[in-house]
Write a protein that binds this ligand. Structure first.
Ligand code: MG
Length: 146
């Protein structure tokens, strides 16, 4: 056995979908996330409830729960509010809920979510070309990301 409990020379045990995986952004893949969420759903017999309509509605409902955390907050203060530890914990929880339902819909539809993201970002790039110099959105102005 290794220090991590995996048999030497054998396959490591695949953790149950509701066990802590210790994931960090650089340590996992979109495929692993989608597979884990699929196992979570199937191990609870939820596919009967997870039709595309219900999952699309669930994405919107969880997005509304995320928005509720910023309701009545002046836009200029939303970063400050998001940096409050308790508020931040709740934001991350709702953000995860939104993403879980997004991956659930991808799982239900049998689509490659990474490919969908890739295609959509390319389309967005064509629709909203990058600006350089002092054009709209350049630098630190409203809407600018760089
Ligand atoms: Mg929620």
């Amino acid at each position: 056995m290794t220090a991590a409990g995996a048999p030497v020379g054998g396959e490591a045990r695949v953790p149950a979908p509701d066990e802590f995986h210790g994931w960090r952004a650089g340590d996992t893949t979109i495929a692993a996330v989608q597979e884990r969420i699929g196992r979570f759903i199937e191990s609870r017999g939820w596919p009967v409830f997870h039709d595309p309509k219900n999952l699309a509605m669930s994405i919107a409902i969880e997005a509304a729960e995320l928005m509720e955390l910023f309701q009545w907050v002046e836009s200029g203060r939303s970063d400050e509010v998001a940096s409050d530890p308790e508020h931040r914990r709740r934001i991350l929880e709702e953000l995860a809920d939104v993403m879980i339902y997004c991956f659930s819909l991808g799982h239900r539809l049998g689509v490659d979510v990474a490919a969908a993201l890739d295609e959509k970002i390319v389309r967005n790039g064509r629709k909203y070309p990058a600006v350089s110099g002092d054009g709209p959105g350049a630098g630190s102005g409203a809407g600018g990301l760089g």
